[in-house]
Structures are given as structure tokens and as C-alpha cells.
Write a protein that binds this ligand. Structure first.
Ligand code: DX5
Ligand code: ZN
Length: 218
């Protein structure tokens, strides 16, 4: 049966109190950690030492989303930080299969992400080598942006190809996911839902996770 996974992004949390901010979301399935290098995206967030600190304060699977250049050089640091899943950007990788293979050797799951301007078909050739595909539904770099509905056509194309090949690859969506947009994402075939501002901007972040899960199941 369909089990939507809700992955709150700590990008919208209070960075000075990450332990407390993670304690506020006991219903989260995964903890989404957005790493930005100021080069691949026009913003900086934090790197592997902060991811390692997050890993020390939660037993939940840590889902690192690397919006960075040269992922082959850096992904190992995030596995060592305790990530269960590390997602890199297709656009940033010279050899995406090599990055995915390295992640598996290091001991994490491997995800590949595409920006809004990258066609879904561009990641078809790596589908057999990854555990997850992340479809960005905003331009990566900032939380709190508006959901781009055009991303759902890409989700449907990926869903069809993954099912056609009989693969066990999760589809994740990230950017502008909230109680109003999550239903369409689920209907299009998403399995994992990242939500930053929708969760941490809510008066009760954990109740919002329940709302998001209900809407994905509706
Ligand atoms: C954006 C990040 C997202 C971001 C989502 O580049 O990858 O994970 O935190 O934030 P919201 O849910 O506010 O769009
Ligand atoms: Zn993200």
C-alpha cells in the first residue's frame, strides 16, 4: 500500500537550536538537510559538520540534498556525517553513475536531483543506479518559493519509466510543497515529500506533518 514519506527541511528551522527544532517534529519520516555551496546555487547554507551535528541528535533517516558543485569530491563526507540518503544534482556531476556507485560503496542510498529546467528524460540513464530521484519544484537555493506545477509532468514521466522497468526507485519532490499542493504531487506519483516553510512556518509543525500525510493519502 502507498506510504507517503514526509521529509521536513531544516532549512526553515532555527539554526541556533537545531536539536530542539528536530525534537518538534517527531512525526517526520526523514530529516531533509539542504546543503548549498554558493556556487551551484546562489546561496550558502551549511556543510558536513552541521549535517554531522544533526545526525547526532536524531535517530531518523537523514536525507542530505547537496546543491553543490563537484559532488564526487564531497559526497563521502555526508555518508560519514550519518546520512542514510545522499542526493546530488545531475547538472553538477560529470559522471553521475560514478557518484551513485561511490555512495553505495560508502554505505548510503544514492539520489539524483534535477532542477526545473532539466527534462526528466535526462536522468533515465542513471535510474538503474540510484535509489531515489528528486524533482525540484522550485529553482533550488531558497525556501519559501511558489510550487511550479510543470514539475508534475516530470514526475509522471519518471513514474511511468520506473514502473515500466520495475525499479525500486523513490520519487521525491522538493519546493513549495504544502497542504494545497501535496495532493497533486501524490496523484502524479511522488513517494517522498520535502516541506520546509510549510512545516516550520506552521504554529504546530508536527500537526502539519499529519495534515500533509493525510492530504497525500486523500
Ligand atoms: C530549496 C531546498 C528545499 C527547501 C524547500 O532549494 O532544496 O528543500 O528547503 O523549502 P520550501 O518547502 O519552503 O519550498
Ligand atoms: Zn532540498
Amino acid at each position: 500500500s502507498y506510504q507517503p514519506l514526509i521529509a521536513p527541511s531544516i532549512l526553515s528551522a532555527d539554526f541556533a537550536r537545531l536539536d530542539r527544532e528536530i525534537e518538534r517534529i517527531p512525526s517526520a519520516d526523514w530529516i531533509h538537510v539542504d546543503v548549498m555551496d554558493g556556487h551551484f546555487v546562489p546561496n550558502l547554507s551549511f556543510g558536513a559538520p552541521v549535517a554531522a551535528a544533526v545526525g547526532r541528535v536524531t535517530d531518523k533517516p537523514m536525507d542530505c540534498h547537496l546543491m553543490i558543485e563537484d559532488p564526487l569530491r564531497w559526497v563521502g563526507d555526508y555518508v560519514e556525517a550519518g546520512a542514510a540518503n545522499v542526493t546530488f544534482h545531475l547538472e553538477a556531476a560529470d559522471d553521475p553513475v560514478a557518484v551513485a556507485d561511490l555512495l553505495h560503496v560508502k554505505g548510503s542510498r544514492a539520489g539524483v536531483s534535477i532542477k526545473p529546467g532539466t527534462p526528466a528524460e535526462m536522468c533515465f540513464e542513471v535510474l538503474d543506479h540510484v535509489d531515489l530521484v528528486l524533482v525540484m519544484s522550485v529553482e533550488p537555493g531558497f525556501g519559501g518559493q511558489k510550487f511550479m506545477p510543470g514539475s508534475l509532468d516530470k514526475v509522471r514521466a519518471l513514474r511511468a519509466e520506473i514502473d515500466r522497468r520495475g525499479l525500486d526507485v523513490l520519487i521525491q519532490i522538493d519546493g513549495g510543497v504544502d497542504a494545497d499542493t501535496i495532493g497533486d504531487c501524490a496523484a502524479a506519483g511522488c513517494d517522498v515529500f520535502v516541506a520546509g516553510s510549510a512545516v516550520y512556518g506552521a504554529p504546530d509543525p508536527d500537526a502539519m506533518i499529519g495534515t500533509l500525510r493525510d492530504r497525500a493519502l486523500a
